[in-house]
Design a protein around this ligand. Sequence first.
Ligand code: NAD
Length: 260
Amino acid sequence: MSELKEKVILITGAAMGLGLATAIEAAASGAKLALVDYNAEGLEKAKADILSQYPNSDVLTIIADTSNEDDVKNYVKETINKFGAIDGFYNNAGIEGKQAPLVDYDLDVFKKVIDINLLGVYYGIKHVLPHMQSKNYGRIVNVASVGGIRGVMNQTPYVASKHAVVGITKNTALEYARYGINTNAIAPGAILTPMVAGAFKQVNPEDPAAAEAEYAQANPTKRLGKPEEVAKVVCFLLSEACSYVNGQVIAIDGGQSNSY
Ligand code: NAD
């Protein structure tokens, strides 16, 4: 069981999906939460959801677009102003983009995916690190994907951005571990969140359930993952217990990546 009591945990993309599941798990572990999203309504619902389960939680919400560096500076500043530290950073916000073969890929969507999934992750690390360095302690968990360790049909910018997240993770781990800061990435397979439900709709607009069943069948567990199953791993990586795991990419995919 992870232990985040009194730790300040900053989570981007916290309004739903993997970010919200980790926020709930961290609240259960006693963390103080700074939750970031550009979906203001979703963020307030997320906060209400957490407080209904853990009424004593300390939850700060900050509306920000993680692909805008000024917004990133601001979410870091607001977190420090309220809590005085950032112990753990779950650098999670990301989008899938539209599915299309490389040549046909819409350039504006391509750039948006790179802006959010790559630059947004970079800005977050860049502005969080100095605060962690000043305390000689920190845990960073970046969200890659199995698309960060292999190709995925029709998702060139997503796959490129997630491979880049793996690269940033390895470099941050090398450069900042001497300051007590451990940086790792997770590589989820298909976990049933709103993003993945949307992906199945793109794969088979007439019958998304059939696309989902086919995907599940290819997994050794014969099912998709649940957001809570990712959240438990992330909370370990965000905790003090994760003291000598650094620069790793942890697949959370039911073992499917062993068959690639
Ligand atoms: P989701 O779409 O269900 O939730 C993502 C959240 O991030 C939303 O609340 C959205 O509003 C927010 N967000 C997106 N871009 C943002 C931005 N620029 N600024 C602020 N908030 C932003 O997605 P999810 O499935 O929970 O995915 C979370 C992360 O996990 C993403 O990086 C995704 O690529 C990665 N991932 C997910 C899966 C999966 O199976 N669900 C697999 C591999 C990787």
